[in-house]
Write a protein that binds this ligand. Structure first.
Ligand code: GH3
Ligand code: MG
Length: 563
């Protein structure tokens, strides 16, 4: 910013110079009339402060020369010792910015003027960030607008007399000054055309017609504002500035909203959606699919032994793994899938329009990708997965519970595997599984837990004896033991539930009878060699011994205090 001070009093000059510097203005002084005129014609000053020869200046139309473009440029501030009301009025008539009496000079007020000029400059700089198109069929109007922009050093403007020519380039601009009445197209057509394609653009209608019907119409089809011809430059600039500041305010608001949205919905470490956002999205999707009936599936995954990564390589490396894993997941999902950091080292994915079979395939694919990924300085990690599909009458809690149970089963049967809909698999990737007894299975009732523990350990023996010739016990004997254990356990469990007042006791007991009937059939078929040991094991363990605990017994665990 550049200030020219027309002054011969050196001590006052020092005062103005100090203030100017404080406000980031460069300061130049002259005390010669001709020199002042010459400097102004050579250089672009942002402010002229005139302190002497006021009569001579007025006589020589010095200020009038500065107003050749229709307004005083650069702005002028008078600081005079020869105060006179007539002259003061004359100066204001000519368009000066301010008038100070030297002996009562108020530097705070002067600073405020400098700040206004700085703000004006900032506004002009903002206007310069746009690409401006002026569309007006009148050469005369175009010349006037050109003068206006040139005077302010705004050169980022193209001028079109023919709307058809402009329309070929319309998308190159984001700021438009459009004449209302033109041949070929009317301003309102051009405005709606631009607005359809560019929601954010600034569009100002420039018109000679102060028509009370067309102006509201133009505003409603997308103009931000209008100005009337002949152009009053001050008003014109005010309107432009107001549109530009609104544009930036809106942008700032959008960006702040985006930041707030990110803060509220995203996880700071990985940049993925957080749990709160996920639950809300999930609830909305559930409402939606009640209408659309499209399948909806969920994958929950948890890094295996992640604590070891932290313990061995430090927390920062652990963070790096979480971030990198987020990228791996993002890279391998569809754009429509919603990925979230569920917490710690757990991630959840909502897959729209996907059934459980496809979701299981996706989970398998991701599981293999993670297991094959090299994490710098750490190597390979694995993750376990639980998958489920939305079922009628599900709510978000029942879905998360089922997915969580599936993930637990993946963990308790060896990790680095995918379990869908709580379906325990005794064989995974051609390998037998060992089911790990632990808190996941515990009800809180010691008798029931002792039975369940025993059922699981017989199940493990069966699985391994089916697969290993070296296993000491004959699988056939183990199957008989399992059948008897099941009978005894169901009886004991029913008595305990009846005593505890479990409301669904009868239904649970009926289920036991049905399961025992099916177990009898399976054991008979096995004896008659109609089915293999493995087929019998799959049914008895997956559906009855362990499957029943997860899918049915978990429902009564609450009565023994388990959540
Ligand atoms: P499992 O296979 O049974 O899941 O074993 P695990 O070690 O992965 O599970 P555990 O629940 O024992 O430990 C999870 C670890 O994850 C402990 C916790 O410090 C770590 N963790 C959770 N959030 C973050 C995080 O933001 N950054 C890092 N570096 N570690 C985290
Ligand atoms: Mg883990």
């Amino acid at each position: 910013m550049l200030l020219l001070h027309f002054e011969n009093d050196k001590s006052f000059s020092k005062r103005i110079s100090d203030i100017a510097m404080q406000e980031d203005f460069s300061y130049e002084r002259t005390d010669e009339f001709e020199q002042a005129s010459r400097r102004i014609s050579e250089k672009k000053f942002d402010l002229l402060v005139i302190d002497q020869d006021i009569h001579r200046i007025l006589k020589n139309d010095f200020i009038k020369k500065l107003t050749s473009t229709g307004f005083v440029y650069p702005p002028v501030i008078i600081i005079t010792a020869k105060d006179n009301l007539r002259i003061k009025k004359q100066c204001f008539n000519m368009g000066i910015m301010a008038y100070f009496k030297k002996d009562q000079f108020n530097s705070a007020s002067f600073v405020r003027y400098l700040q206004t000029i700085k703000k004006e400059r900032e506004n002009i700089n903002l206007i310069k960030t746009f690409k401006i198109a002026v569309i007006d069929d009148s050469r005369f109007s175009i010349e006037i607008i050109k003068t206006f922009f040139n005077t302010h050093g705004i050169c980022n403007v193209d001028y079109y007399q023919k709307p058809s020519e402009f329309l070929k380039h319309a998308m190159e601009y984001n700021f438009f000054l459009i004449d209302l009445v033109m041949p070929e197209y009317n301003g309102d057509d051009v405005i709606s055309y631009i607005r359809e394609k560019n929601e954010e653009a600034i569009i100002i209608l420039v018109t000679a017609y102060n028509n009370e019907n067309i102006l509201p119409h133009c505003l409603s089809v997308g103009a931000n504002d209008f100005v009337l011809k002949p152009l009053d430059f001050k008003m014109f600039m005010a309107r432009i500035k107001s549109c530009v500041s609104q544009y930036y305010l809106k942008k700032e608001l959008l960006s702040k909203n985006e930041k707030l949205f990110n803060l509220a919905t995203k996880d700071a470490l990985t940049g993925l959606y957080n749990r709160i956002y996920f639950i809300e999205t999930c609830q909305n999707k559930l409402k939606e699919i009640n209408r659309t009936k499209q399948p909806l599936s969920f994958i929950l995954l948890d890094i295996d032994h992640f604590k070891t990564v932290n313990d061995r390589y430090g927390h920062l490396k652990g963070d790096f793994v979480l971030k990198e894993l987020s990228c791996v997941l993002n890279d391998n999902l569809r754009a429509a899938d919603i990925l979230c950091r569920w917490g710690g080292e757990e991630f959840i994915i909502l897959l729209i329009n996907t059934d459980v079979t496809s979701a299981t395939n996706v989970a398998e694919k991701i599981r293999a990708i993670i297991a094959g990924h090299y994490f710098k300085e750490i190597g390979a990690i694995t993750a376990s997965f639980g998958v489920t599909q939305y079922r009628e009458n599900d709510d978000d809690e029942t879905i998360f519970k089922r997915t969580d149970n599936s993930l637990y089963l993946a963990k308790l049967t060896g990790r680095n595997k995918v379990i869908s809909d709580e379906e325990l698999k005794i064989i995974y990737n051609d390998k037998p599984t060992t089911i790990q007894w632990g808190p996941f299975f515990k009800s809180g009732n010691i008798h029931i837990d002792r039975d369940h523990h025993r059922l699981i350990s017989i199940s493990n023996q069966i699985i391994h004896s089916c697969f290993s010739a070296a296993e000491s016990k004959n699988p056939a004997d183990l199957f008989i033991t399992l059948g008897e254990e099941l009978k005894n356990h169901f009886k004991r469990e029913a008595e305990i539930l009846a005593k505890a007042g479990y409301p669904l006791y009868l239904k649970h007991k009926e289920n036991h009878s049905l399961l025992l009937k099916n177990a009898d059939i399976v054991l008979r078929n096995l004896k008659d060699e109609k089915i293999t040991f493995i087929d019998a094991a799959k049914y008895l363990i997956q559906e009855i011994a362990v499957g029943h605990i997860i899918k049915s017994d978990f429902n009564y665990y609450y009565i023994f205090g388990r959540k």
